[in-house]
Design a protein around this ligand. Structure first.
Ligand code: GDP
Length: 294
């Protein structure tokens, strides 16, 4: 899918406009900033973040001396690139499998794309040479077991679950025991409960039982900057090690979700860019931004 298509288009347009200006003075800088602001706010980037970015660009563009060999205009374009990239995080963080079995607990609300992402990650790990197994601990949604079973069968990854069991802790224990000789064990969890508090209670209990090496929070990128409060709610109860933002293909609010989540304190390690098994990408802010700005 086209990733954050509209935002990319608008940002590219304002940078092109800047590139065409005969000279870059304060007026031009301010105009470019206005264009950027409009594009970012339409992509649901938080107003405070947009304001901060505007200030940094303005200050740097008007005060910094361009380095030798770079024209003032190229310098301003470079500043725009750098400041936009900063919105998405400082550096890229990779998933490191440094233990066997490496236990990953997935958390996230129903519909976020969690189950799909578990299968995508198992597939990704396989390509990296790790054999992984999947455990379904969702006892709330009966279809969850079938969905995970089907997805894992397609990629030939073993999966444990029991649609007749109503205790997620028991499922987790059994799964741990069954798959202890695998490189990675991925635990899928419920995304819905009687209410949010009980869902978080269950995640806390599972986390105590499994003692995961990493907890991955899966967040739907189409919710835009709301992603931040969702991530906060989970991180107050369990230790989020990393985040995967899904559905960035064609989402108008993806930029808002990515920038909001990068403020939470846990790195975004992957993004979901489609419904297919290989629509999972390692997330690198600089590479992502340079692709967006084409
Ligand atoms: P869960 O309830 O969190 O386990 O969510 P699911 O894995 O069942 O996903 C919910 C819906 O989102 C399904 O229709 C998935 O195919 C879809 N989905 C998941 N990830 C992505 C993505 O990156 N892009 C798109 N377009 N759809 C996705």
């Amino acid at each position: 899918g086209t990733m954050l298509g509209k935002l990319g288009e608008k940002l590219r347009k304002s940078i092109k406009k800047l590139a065409k200006m005969p000279i870059v003075d304060e007026k031009v800088v301010k105009e470019v900033i206005k264009d950027l602001q409009r594009a970012l706010i339409q992509a649901d980037v938080n107003v405070k973040l947009v304001f901060k970015l505007s200030k940094s660009i303005e200050k740097r563009a008007l005060k910094e001396e361009p380095p030798k060999g770079i024209t003032p205009k190229e310098h301003v374009i470079k500043i725009v690139y750098e400041e936009l990239t900063k919105l998405l995080g400082k550096k890229s963080y990779k998933l490191k499998i440094d233990k066997k079995p490496y236990k990953i607990l997935f958390v996230g609300l129903q519909g976020s794309g969690k189950t799909t992402t578990v299968a995508k990650l198992a597939h990704y790990l396989r390509l990296k040479g790790y054999n992984s197994a999947v455990v379904c601990t969702d006892t709330w949604r009966t279809a969850a077991y079938d969905q995970l079973k089907q997805l894992t069968e397609e990629i030939n990854v073993p999966m444990y679950g029991d649609p007749n069991e109503d205790n997620p802790i028991r499922l987790a224990k059994e799964g741990l025991n069954k798959f202890k000789n695998y490189d990675v064990i991925l635990f899928d969890t419920a995304g819905r409960h009687k209410n949010e508090k009980e869902l978080l209670d269950e995640m806390e209990m599972l986390s105590k039982e499994i003692n995961p090496d990493e907890i991955i929070l899966v967040i739907d990128g189409t919710i835009g900057q709301q992603a931040k409060s969702q991530a906060k709610a989970f991180s107050e109860r369990v230790k989020i090690g990393s985040i995967i933002v899904t559905k960035l293909d064609g989402s108008a609010k993806g930029g808002g979700a990515l920038s909001a989540v990068s403020e939470v304190g846990a790195p975004i390690k992957f993004i979901g860019t489609g419904e297919k098994i290989d629509d999972l990408e390692e997330f690198d802010p600089a590479r992502f931004m340079s692709r967006l700005l084409g």
